[in-house]
Ligand binder design. Structure first.
Ligand code: GDP
Ligand code: IMO
Ligand code: MG
Length: 455
């Protein structure tokens, strides 16, 4: 496989001469070849595929935020693998996978993923470390996800109902949060009893009839914890040690930057920092160790759940993209909302995440769509702008300003050389690179590892 994409393997050394009382002191700094893969839209940009491809050049792959709201897909050897919590590097036999402290974990669900992978022939063995700092999702979190999304007022967020938001809320609230490492402590039972009692009062008030049972939770989570114990370590210490050894590390973002809790389309976002800003907080690895940031974008736009999406095509075009691209949620199976590529949004998230290069995925889906449109500006309250609004309600009022680009009809899913793509497809990719002001280094034209070009 040709992976000549110019990633940095050799640590970069910088010598800065500082004159001090006539003596030049050399400050010496080493940058570990950390690479990061971040979705630049509303998730499902095919991050899993890109991470799997880049894993070949790294020794450690790290998931650092989100949880089982993520659904990452990797396809090779005629088989499709779906991952929610296990990093997409798991298919490479010598790579160490890490679920870092910023991830929220449902231990029962994680074990069922590990067991399913084993049935599919992927044995985890000792290739996985899980942070003892990771916060644990309990049954009450999933129930809270349902009641809060329904009673929020206005349009529902449309969460994945995996308990992600409520678990992060308890993490920040602290008093009712339990971390993975605490499942092994003597006071785990009494904490479950106290928290269940308090949670059930609130759930009851919201009309929940099937309430969590403390004894059942204790039994289920103790059994799960015992199975997870061999994987559970201080991953922050592990990663910092690997950095000291200049180990190439790959960071796998979940969701997309437009779903970032601080910088996305709030409140229609997830509850973690899913843009590039979240890597350091979630993994414990300082941001300066990321030497290459790769932004993944679909050749068009999709979104699952509520919230504004200026380029949505709730029409024949949107339906055709959905059918061509099989745009149904990996986790929830919900039909994804589909629309034209939004260069205003992607430029914003590329800048926000400090992207160095872009991977364009699902380009094949646009074959046969006809003329293609790209949103290059928004008209908001009569004013044209290329700035992405901070306020969700402003984004709701944004009318996209489009440019039109010729489409192509050829099936491009077997093309392996960028130069052999139809001219219109090449033009489309180049236009996106120009609008994003970043080079496109990878083009994906199918789900399989092999359906990939390096530009
Ligand atoms: P992720 O969450 O970003 O990892 O993306 P998902 O796995 O949720 O969604 C991407 C979907 O597109 C999966 O079903 C992939 O197998 C599929 N896929 C990935 N790359 C391509 C591509 O270039 N073309 C097509 N047609 N499908 C792709
Ligand atoms: P990957 O990693 C697409 C969306 C949900 C909802 C909002 C909040 O596969 O790209 P949450 O359950 O996180 O509280 O839901 O975020 N969402 C995703 N959409 N891909 C994802 O992950 C998503 N994870 C969450 O649909 O709108
Ligand atoms: Mg997904």
């Amino acid at each position: 496989m040709n992976l000549n994409t110019g990633y940095n393997y050799i640590p970069l050394c910088f010598f800065i001469g500082v004159a001090h009382r006539g003596v030049v002191i050399f400050l010496f700094e080493v940058y570990v070849p950390g690479t990061s893969v971040i979705g630049l839209q509303w998730g499902d940009e095919a991050k899993g595929k890109i991470v799997d491809l880049l894993t070949e050049r790294h020794n450690v792959v790290v998931r650092y935020q989100g949880g089982a709201n993520a659904g990452h897909t990797v396809v090779f050897g005629g088989k499709k693998y779906k991952l929610s919590l296990v990093p997409s590097g798991i298919f490479h036999p010598t790579v160490q996978c890490v679920i870092a402290g910023g991830v929220v974990i449902d231990p029962v669900q994680l074990l069922s993923e590990i067991d399913r992978l084993a049935i599919e022939g992927i044995v985890i063995g000792d290739k996985l470390f899980i942070s003892d700092r990771a916060h644990v999702i309990f049954p009450w979190h999933k129930l809270e996800d349902r009641v809060y999304d329904e009673i929020g007022g206005g349009e529902a967020i449309g969460t994945t109902m995996r308990g992600i938001g409520p678990c992060y809320r308890d993490k920040v609230g602290r008093s009712q949060a339990i971390r993975l490492g605490e499942l092994f402590r003597d006071d785990f039972k009494s904490r479950v009893e106290t928290i269940t009692e308090s949670k059930n009062k609130i759930l009851k008030a919201y009309g929940c009839t099937e309430l969590p049972d403390a004894n059942q939770i204790f039994d289920d989570y103790t059994a799960a914890a015992n199975r997870l114990k061999p994987y559970c370590i201080d991953t922050t210490a592990y990663l910092l040690n690997e950095i000291d050894k200049d180990t190439p590390i790959l960071f796998e973002g979940a969701q997309g930057a437009l779903l970032d809790v601080d910088h996305g389309t709030f409140p229609y976002v997830t509850s973690s920092n899913s843009s590039g800003v979240g890597i350091a907080a979630g993994s414990g690895v300082p941001a300066r160790f990321i030497s290459k940031m790769i932004g993944v974008i679909k050749a068009y736009t999709t979104r699952v759940g509520g919230g504004p999406m200026p380029t949505e095509q709730d029409n024949e075009v949107g339906n055709k993209i959905r059918e061509n691209g099989n745009e149904y949620g990996t986790v929830t199976k919900r039909p994804r909302r589909c629309g034209w590529f939004d260069a205003v949004a992607a430029r914003y998230t590329a800048r926000l995440s400090g992207v160095d290069a872009v991977a364009i995925t699902l380009l094949d889906v646009l074959s046969g769509i006809g003329e293609l449109k790209i949103c290059v500006a928004y008209k908001i309250d009569g004013h044209e702008t290329t700035d992405f609004p901070s306020e969700c309600e402003k984004l709701r009022r944004a009318e996209p300003v489009y440019i039109t680009i010729p489409g192509w009809n050829e099936d491009i899913s077997q093309v392996t050389d960028f130069n052999k793509l139809p001219n219109a497809a090449k033009m489309y990719v180049k236009k996106i690179a120009e609008l994003l002001k970043h080079p496109v280094e990878i083009v994906s034209v199918g789900a399989d590892r092999k359906q990939t070009m390096y530009v």
